[in-house]
Write a protein that binds this ligand. Sequence first.
Ligand code: DNO
Length: 396
Amino acid sequence: MRQTWRWFGPLDNVTLTEIRQAGAQGIVTALYDIAPGEMWSRADIRARKDLIEAAGLSWDVVESLPVSEAIRTGAPDATLHFENWIASLENLAAEGVQVICYNFMPVLDWTRTDLAAPMASGATALRFNLIDFAAFDICILNRESAEADYPVQVVEHAKARAAQFTQDDRRRLTANILAGLPGTVEHWTLDTLRERLAAYSGIDKAGLRQNLSRFLHAVVPVAERLNMRLCCHPDDPPWPLLGLPRIMSTQEDYIWLVNEVPSPANGVTFCTGSLGARPDNDLPGMVSLLGEHIHFLHLRNVRIEEGTVPGSFHEDEHLAGSTDMVAVIRAVLNEEQRRRKHGRKDAQIPMRPDHGQNILDDHKRQTAPGYPAIGRLKGLAELRGVMIALSHGDTQ
Ligand code: DNO
């Protein structure tokens, strides 16, 4: 695996020099200040690449080339956005960046209710608590028919909890839920959210799949011609939220994706943290099954919280949590061996330690939620240890 690290660009408080000290070899980044739907120019891509290379690193993966809401909702006037996405691909290819991560989550990207949940060790972690989320949906956003989307028990708990909220609690919870767009320039309010949700009225799972299919048919042939690898990130968390459909949550969803436009360019970002929040996702099994289509890995571990109502989790240490990370890494190493045997040029799959708990001096440094320097360094070091131990003695 190639060890990479997400960098949010020159404004990131974790510097490229520090990233090298953490032992990463490559960078995962994006031009975050360019709005979804606009084109990434070759000059801008080049400037970013120069910065990365000057620090002795390489730009290995784009995360993300954002897909606009017009494309996701299948708006008839999305033509310019398609053209710009494709032009951005061409410009990236011309600069030698080949792996492109994107997602097809409607409206919100990753969603958490707490960005600094205290752990017993003194660390803090990102957390999704279903009762808080339902309290937001039903009692703060006041979404019409929200109650029907939760079990009765959850609705009762959520209402009771919301009744105890102070103004500050309400503000914090709202800000946490709307924070799910790391590194972007967008500032959301409840009204922005309501407007965005309204754009999906009438779009169900089948409709959203149809829009993704249209997108894949437009972009995959171009990516294949350019020798690029597109990889779709899973839904986080992997189930419908706020009445919106989610279509990248399970093995069946990924099988649909790769079969819809079969091509080496049409692949998967395998995020163990996102997919791991569902106990019915067998992650090592999914790596084996989808192996040849995996172009990028996010290695992170969630702890599914046992409670009276399922659906809550927090982000654990990389080797703790509910996912058997060693088994996942073993399955990835097997896939890499298979690729080497078949002479595939992309035998080495880029991975990044995804997220990390805030530990030690992370508590003093402002970074994007989930992206502290030391917590991720620790995660990468642990994952690297497993990778080296499991491949010890292998013929390369
Ligand atoms: C969160 C990330 C996601 C991811 C996008 C990919 O930390 O894993 O925001 O970058 O969903 O398109």
